[in-house]
Each structure stands twice: as structure tokens, then as C-alpha cells.
Design a binder for this molecule. Structure first.
Ligand SMILES: O=C(O)CCC(=O)C(=O)O
Length: 341
């Protein structure tokens, strides 16, 4: 044990350096369709034990010619969701607290269409081997149902949200580097499966999806205190006590013992509310006590290095085609669905 305490910090430093080299090699040789996982991913996760922002430092050091893009102000002004004036406010909010809730929710007709799509497309019951089927809202069997990216993108409204230029601009400004829309997720959480708290992300954790990334969550159902609100520990995107710094799930007890309970924020809000969250900070979902909750998430990262990459196939809306062509670097994962102009 004592030996580990001495050796681990040294190993983490070695993995930090190795991750910079591996990331540089990946980005220099990357072609669309490529993926990265395995050992680089392990090294990266371990290096991020040093401090939450270690990944950002790796990204800055590794990327000589970033593969992502930065939307112009004019592109960001065309957002269907974000008022341009909020871009700067969101970046400052993230810097200070690690979380920012946008002032104006997504229009209710649009949210209703998105929710309907999330009820219609196939979903996978987390922890069961059963074939994907539409979320069984009346009789859920497990705590979480995940919808894959191809099915998420069946909704033109979700395509719109996930390719939003203002969200991409916020991510690029906050991360300080050009970005790629690297992942989307759509899921339902239910009152079942409290025993699967770890698998359902109902215990505090820090994301280490890639080295440098930012997530935007949107509620597609009303989320009150009983519906499993997304929950964050304000400020832990910058610093976490040593007792919580390692990769993996952390109990409420540990967060309390670290003296952080007064910084815990439960994000209750009506359907259509969306928020930027730096999930390098401690966060979790909560198991719903009643009803259920549907969340759509989009992530922007500085590189596709470090974890497997999906290249979704779907029928693009006219807006998606236009955006893919005007922001080809940011939306490069869509290349199988949108042919270049
Ligand atoms: O469901 C939530 O609110 C959080 C989910 C999460 O943190 C995760 O999937 O890693």
C-alpha cells in the first residue's frame, strides 16, 4: 500500500507523457473512420488522476495542428437555441462553477417531437442482453435505457441540437482549442434498478471520455427532485480533494467527508431546459423516485483520440447538410451520412 502511494504518482507522470505522444501520433495519422481505444485510453484515464484539468494540458501540448474547427460568430448567430449574448456568459459560468443553465428552454413543440422520437426508436436496456426495442415506458425493467446514435439522429430536431454552432463555439472558447462534435447520447432513467447505481451513473464520478471535452445536457421531460435530476458538485472541475481524485465511482458519504456537500447542486428544471456541464467535475444522475427522465446529450472534444469513435448513419435534414458543409471539421463524424458538396 505504502509502496503504491510512492509509485503511483510516478507512473501517472509517465502515463501523462505517453498520452501526449500517443495523442500526437493519433492526430497526425488520423483519417475519418479511424478509432482509438485500448492502452492509450488506460494511460489517459490514469494521467487524469493528477488533477481534473490534466487532460486539457495534454491536449494543448499534443495538438500541433488540431483537426477540429471553431464556428464563426455569424454561424453561432444562426443558432436555433442559444442567444448569442449568452455565449460569453456561459463560458464565464463554466469557468467559475463548471455548470451553466441556459436562460431560454427549447420550444415546447420541438421538445414534444424529440420526446416522441425517443419513445419510438429502439433502446437498449442497460445490463440486459435483450434485443433493442422502444423504451417500455409503462413497464420498464431496468434503471436505464440507452438509444444509439443512429436512432438518436432519426430526429431532425436532435440533429439540429447536436450540430448547434453556438454550442460548438462555447465549447471551443471554453476548451481554448478547435472542437469536433465527438459523441451524442440519449437515454431514459427509471425508478427501477437502484442496485445498479454504479452502472447507471447514479454515483458521483468524473468523466474521462477523452482528454479535453465539454458536454451539453438537455432535459426532454420535466425534472423535479423526484425524477432523478442531474447533480453536480460545483467547482470540482478545477480541483478535487485527494480522497476523490482517482478514476471511478464515489459515494455521497465520501463527498460529505471531503466537506463538499454544500456545493452539491441538483439541477431540477422543466422539459426543454439545457445546460453546459464540465463533467471533469464530480457529477451523477439520481435514481428517479417517481416517473422517469429523458436526457439528450452532445459532447464536443478537441480530438477523437482516446476512446472508440462512432460514425453515425442517418438521413440528414436540409439544415444538417448545410451545417456539415459549412462546418466540415466540427461535424466530420457525419461524413457517412452527408456527402461533401
Ligand atoms: O444521468 C445523468 O444525469 C448523468 C449521467 C452520467 O453522468 C453518465 O452517463 O456518465
Amino acid at each position: 500500500m505504502a509502496e503504491n502511494r510512492l509509485v503511483e504518482p510516478v507512473l501517472r507522470r509517465i502515463r501523462f507523457k505517453r498520452t501526449i505522444d500517443a495523442m500526437r501520433r493519433f492526430d497526425e495519422s488520423y483519417v475519418p473512420g479511424a478509432s482509438a481505444g485500448g492502452q492509450e485510453f488506460f494511460d489517459m484515464r490514469s494521467a487524469m488522476d493528477i488533477r481534473p484539468t490534466a487532460g486539457r494540458d495534454i491536449s494543448t501540448k499534443a495538438l500541433r495542428a488540431p483537426r477540429g474547427g471553431v464556428p464563426t460568430d455569424e454561424q453561432a448567430l444562426s443558432s436555433n437555441f442559444v442567444d448569442f449574448d449568452e455565449v460569453a456568459a456561459c463560458v464565464s459560468g463554466l469557468q467559475a462553477d463548471g455548470v451553466y443553465v441556459f436562460k431560454k428552454p427549447i420550444p415546447s413543440e420541438m421538445v414534444a417531437r424529440m420526446r416522441e422520437s425517443a419513445l419510438t426508436v429502439p433502446s437498449s436496456a442497460r445490463g440486459l442482453e435483450s434485443p433493442a426495442q422502444p423504451y417500455p415506458r409503462e413497464n420498464p425493467l431496468v434503471g436505464r435505457y440507452d438509444i444509439d446514435e443512429n436512432s438518436t439522429m432519426a430526429s431532425a430536431d436532435m440533429q439540429d441540437y447536436c450540430s448547434d454552432p453556438a454550442l460548438a463555439l462555447i465549447a471551443a472558447r471554453y476548451l481554448g482549442q478547435p472542437v469536433i462534435m465527438d459523441q451524442t447520447a440519449l437515454w431514459w432513467t427509471t425508478t427501477k434498478g437502484e442496485e445498479d447505481a454504479s452502472m447507471n451513473a447514479w454515483l458521483f464520478h468524473q468523466d474521462r471520455d477523452r482528454v479535453s471535452f465539454l458536454k451539453f445536457f438537455c432535459y426532454l421531460t420535466d425534472v423535479g427532485p423526484d425524477n432523478g435530476p442531474h447533480t453536480v458538485v460545483r467547482g470540482t472541475h478545477k480541483r478535487v480533494p485527494k480522497s476523490l481524485a482517482t478514476d471511478g465511482r464515489k459515494t455521497d458519504e465520501l463527498v460529505r467527508e471531503a466537506g463538499l456537500w454544500d456545493r452539491v447542486i441538483e439541477l431540477t428544471a422543466p422539459a426543454g431546459t439545457f445546460m453546459a456541464v464540465d463533467t471533469l467535475g464530480l457529477h451523477k444522475g439520481q435514481p428517479p423516485i417517481s416517473g422517469d427522465r429523458c436526457v439528450l446529450q452532445v459532447e464536443f472534444a478537441t480530438s477523437l483520440f482516446g476512446a472508440p469513435v462512432d460514425y453515425p448513419t442517418f438521413t440528414p435534414s436540409d439544415l444538417s447538410v448545410e451545417r456539415s458543409r459549412s462546418m466540415p471539421k466540427i461535424l466530420q463524424r457525419w461524413y457517412r451520412s452527408v456527402t461533401p458538396a
